[in-house]
Design a protein around this ligand. Structure first.
Ligand code: PMP
Length: 462
């Protein structure tokens, strides 16, 4: 019967801060540092703004963790969740049971997904969805009597989640140092022209990066390789927008071989790249699509796998149980949030507005920053952006050692009221689709101020 700890006062804020430090273990956090210093307690949110426990207002240039694509004030999603909780707060989808919200969401997803995607397996998160992909792919090739096809190919610096299986798919070296992962995942290079392109043009380098897949399949033997998994745009890895030559070449390689293509759309899905799905932006034809985050606008934990007819026709026409699932697969309240989110994206014109107006405006304003003294490259697509920070534009020498330049700029941005993220040597942003042009202007102004401060700090003259 403890009363909620609402900090109306500085004392209240301090109390929360201390309790958090003492009792709450945080994901992707230096736990020792946090236990000593603590962090920021977020107490409320409105539109595209979060407010911390001291009531500091911060424009959220990251849409939470790339999930609150429609911002924080969406009463129809809240009402749908509430109504569902009052009608059927829970029932499971095991043992031949279903519920109306899960059924409706699956049918709505079939409506908005690329053609040929008509079946959906629900999870609580993107990580669980990628674990589900692994199970589905094994099941598919087992039924086809090709059980030796087990190897997954992924990319260096990929993020596909945090369970042991999903982090095995991922290619982040810091994570691999802390896990003993699956033994049948191989990683090829990412299409990161700014870092790895050398003297090649982006288009030449896109082909080189894609052909690393062909070489890897040939090295491992096509008969042993099950699937290639990738995000259309690598998000947490630093918004790695691929050269336009990359995806068509990957598609050719997968088409010529018996390899399933998995598009991890946990970030790119539901409008982030300007279309419903990132695979549409790049003309990819995946066999499986991972989704989460934006599907419920982050208001409920929800993820899943969209299964193409090619895969579904195998796994739904074979005897025996698919021995996989979660207590909360198809949770009615999460699915109600999904239905309401899709309705907003599709029926209120938000996605169309983002694709036609907001995305191009965001791109134009971001591209202007390529003139800034410490910006070596600007990458944008839809409502995603990355700014590579350099000391020297010609040599691409990084602004500071070990990402310190980007971390400094990020801290300045947050201090000035803009939430962005530092990944390696770049600043990244993924704002909500409900920003006005004026709000994009404010975002850019705050970013420029942070870049100015960073160029002073690291002694670069404009
Ligand atoms: N895949 C991608 C591409 C992601 O960005 C993420 C989360 N950032 C995940 C999977 C994992 O999702 P979750 O955190 O919901 O498990």
């Amino acid at each position: 019967n403890r009363k909620p700890l609402q900090p109306a006062t500085a004392d209240g804020a301090n109390k929360l801060h201390n309790l958090d430090r003492l009792h709450h273990l945080h994901p992707f956090t230096d736990l020792q540092q946090y236990a000593n210093k603590g962090g920021r307690v977020v107490s409320r949110a409105e539109h595209i703004y979060i407010f911390d426990a001291t009531d500091k207002k911060i424009m959220d240039g990251m849409s939470g963790l790339w999930c609150c694509n429609l911002g924080y004030s969406q009463p129809t999603i809240v009402a749908a969740i509430t109504e569902q909780l009052q009608t059927l707060p829970y029932y499971n989808s095991f043992f031949n049971c279903s519920n109306e919200a899960a059924i409706t969401l699956a049918a709505e997803l079939a409506d908005v997904m690329p053609s040929g995607f008509n079946r959906f397996f629900f999870t609580n998160s993107g990580s669980e969805a990628n674990d589900t992909n692994i199970r589905l792919v094994h099941r598919y090739f087992d039924i086809l009597e090709k059980p030796q096809k087990r190897i997954f190919i992924s990319r260096k610096n990929a993020y596909h989640g945090s369970t042991i299986a999903a982090s095995s798919l991922g290619g982040m070296s810091a994570m691999h140092k802390q896990i003993t992962g699956l033994t049948y995942v191989e990683h090829i290079e990412q299409p990161y022209w700014f870092e790895n392109g050398g003297s090649n043009t982006p288009e030449e380098y896109g082909l080189i990066a894609a052909r690393a897949l062909e070489a890897k399949i040939d090295e491992l033997g096509e008969e042993n390789v099950a699937a290639f998994i990738a995000e259309p745009i690598q998000g947490a890895g630093g918004v790695i927008v691929p050269p336009t030559s990359y995806w068509p070449e990957i598609q050719r390689i997968c088409d010529e071989r018996d390899i399933l293509l998995i598009s991890d759309e946990v970030i790119c899905g539901f409008g982030r790249t300007g279309n419903w799905f990132g695979c549409e932006t790049y003309g990819m034809k995946p066999d499986l699509i991972t989704f989460a985050k934006g599907v419920s606008n982050g208001f409920q934990p929800l993820g899943g796998v969209a299964v193409s007819d090619k895969v579904a026709n195998v796994i739904t026409t074979s005897d025996g149980e698919f021995a996989h699932g979660f207590t909360y697969s198809g949770h009615p309240a999460a699915c109600a949030a999904g239905i309401a989110t899709i309705a907003l994206l599709r029926d209120s014109g938000i996605l169309e507005h983002t694709r036609q107006h907001l995305g191009p405006y965001f791109r134009q304003r971001c591209q202007e920053l390529s003139e800034h003294a410490i910006v070596g490259e600007v990458r944008t697509q839809g409502m995603l952006a990355a700014f590579e920070l350099v000391k020297n534009k010609d040599s691409k020498e990084r602004l500071g050692p070990d990402g310190s330049g980007a971390q400094f700029a990020r801290d300045c941005a947050i201090e000035s009221g803009l939430m962005v993220r530092a990944v390696g040597d770049s600043i990244i942003s993924a704002p909500p689709f409900v920003c006005s042009n004026d709000e994009i202007n404010i975002l850019i102004d705050r970013l420029v101020a942070a870049l100015d401060a960073a160029s002073d700090e690291f002694g670069v003259r404009g």
